[in-house]
Design a protein around this ligand. Sequence first.
Ligand code: UDX
Length: 456
Amino acid sequence: MRVVIIGGGYVGLVSGTCLAALGADVTVVENNPARFDMLCAGKMPVYEPGLEELSAKMRGTRRLNFVSHVSAAPAADIICIAVGTPARHGDGHADLSHVFAAVEQAAQHLQQPAIFMTKSTVPVGTGRRIAALLAELRPELAVHVASNPEFLREGAAIGDFMRPDRIIIGTDDPHAAGMLARIYAPLIKAGVPLLQTSLEGAELIKYAANGFLAMKIAFVNEMADLCERIGADIAEVARGIGMDTRIGQQFLQAGPGFGGSCFPKDTLALMRIAQDAGAPSRLIETVVSVNDTRKSAMASRVIAACGNAVRGKRIAVLGLTFKANTDDIRESPAMSLVQRLMDEGAHVQVFDPAGMRHARFQLSSGVKFHNSAMDALQGAHAAVFATEWEELSLVTPAQLQSTMAGRVVVDLRNMLEQDAFVRSGFAYHGIGRPSQPLSHDPKSVSISSAQIRLTA
Ligand code: UDX
């Protein structure tokens, strides 16, 4: 099966590399010269654990190739659109200019009938618009359109591609559905369920899945706020509700609000899609505003923990990316937090294991960047743990005592052992946790029948 992927960004590179690993002959088209040169030199322009190694291996098999223009790509059975769909300025709609430009270019150079498959997250109805455009540009060729959304998490994308919960193929054309199923044959044989839907159904599944997960996070964050008021611990509450298999344990980690390149953009786009369709989603509208409010409330928490004033105080912010194991700082709660602390007059010292390169471009000039957590903590009045990097979660109270000037710790990811910090004299502020740890261990316990008889 010959696949041409247009767009050597995150989705295109992960999909291209993994499809090659599944046996397809893949050509990725990347028209940005700097990115193209990097790819040819065996370097990945995106940060994803394991991608560079797997991509090198696939290039070695010659099943993965890069070209700088679609005219240089070989004939293909499947043309996969994997270009960016950023939120359009001002209205939150997805910007589809790259998608339609890619379709037009590919149509121009099409040598034979092919299936156009969208992997980019596109608003409902885009597949039909692409089909109409193709019918206009190349009426002589039988070209079908399908939607094959991806559900890749940054930092875990290869595993998510190779062991997905499901494969969604949205098309009305049985031939196209069969061709697409063939590129996933090894996964389907291994038991991954395949769901065939309409084009519109597949397009909405992507937004609805992200919207639902975002809603789960917004919900657990609200419950965390409530826990703080009533003296409960959100870890226990999340565990207790997640034990209900209808709810599930995943995506119930309370924190500073969701960020990244997908949830904020996709919830906003879903909100607009629903409004435009005359079926507004009040739930998603609320998720968007609850999350925005939460992200800005994080700075107020830090300021309150510092005695309601940060002017002139040194504050260390550890972790800048929107979550661990990525270099992505887009919509990261940590980034808006740093900016607000600067605006309030604090001296902010930051460290992130992977996000510093991008953060330097975005943060105002006064921010001090450090090469390690220990350096960033030097002389700090307060330490804010903003992203759950493993190396940051291993920082000990003794290390903070030897570097910091103050004794305030704000743990926006509940990633530290509260007990140990409180015992060492720190004023510890977590999310949805009582300020003093509960006296019992929140892990499940098994109670023997003898004990039940005794207490009965
Ligand atoms: C997400 C979806 O998971 C993926 O299926 C989709 O295709 C792209 O968007 P990603 O943005 O990489 O993936 O990150 P994810 O791990 O889902 O986290 C998104 C945000 O939610 C992060 O800011 C993260 O910190 C936050 N989050 C996640 C929580 O606050 N609590 C949780 O329990 C889970």
